[in-house]
Design a protein around this ligand. Sequence first.
Ligand code: NAD
Length: 295
Amino acid sequence: MKLEDIKVIGVVGAGVMGHGIAQVAARTGYDVVMVDVSEEVLKKAMELIESGPFGLRRLVEKGKMSEDEAKAVMARIRTSTSLEALKDADFIIEAVTEKADLKKKIFAELDRICKPETIIASNTSAIMISDLATAVERKDKFIGMHWFNPAPVMRLIEVIRGALTSDETFNITVELSKKMGKIPIEAGDGPGFFTTRFINSWLVEAVRLFEIGIAGIKEIDEMCKLAFGFPMGPFELMDLIGLDTALHIAEYLYNETKEPHYAAPNTLKKLVLSGYVGRKPGSRGGWYDYYGIER
Ligand code: NAD
């Protein structure tokens, strides 16, 4: 397969990442089929693509896109609650919940449904690609394509080969990423690849330094921004991505590597167990809320 052979892109999972990926693919000119478990989730995803904080309306308002173009992008996205709708997709990007069993079940079904030449890419943040690839026969056409949030804005795509990913699949994924306006960089296949493993070390270290009283939460965030030019401190970042997600990643990396510096700090566990999972619906709040710190 060549890049020119890709006409239809499938996206499985229409959540935070999936809807953004679908938007980028459709904006590049691809026909997109976006699949999720319910019509309600898909409706919400389409609304976000149209008028969310990183959606098409914002681009029209900023003069970066015409009304007609925005309509054409929306018209290129079809939605479905059935994986069967992906039978004609040439390249599929999976962005469902970060659970290995769930992802493997979906990959096995896609392997059956899709054309033999279709490439299947996973947007997993941490699960080894060679592990996820055990679910499919087409291991040469299986790859990691790790996007960043928000997908329409962030430029990096971390591309990860499984042990049996072919050069052809790797090259097409790199070319496709570039065509979609992104900057692909290869990372090796290990738990968390580069970005997730690195960010986890940084986040848990910040919590440990807070726990032993080196500095307060707000002070650590401020120091990271002022000293290193980071756009956001580690506690602000955890509040944004979810303390539950940060905990899940730390536990996964620790379980897989048994390296103590990846282990989840006690305070992080305590907050998550108490319903403080960050600034998202249904949560009691994040670090700043639990400790009553003004933002
Ligand atoms: P999310 O919870 O916002 O979305 C996941 C979606 O998957 C939900 O809409 C859910 O309904 C759907 N889903 C669950 N089971 C399904 C099934 N059987 N068929 C179809 N859809 C199904 O999660 P997210 O933040 O978008 O994360 C998705 C993936 O992207 C995860 O692997 C995550 O690790 C990765 N990721 C997330 C971020 C981030 O910042 N949120 C960044 C990079 C990568």
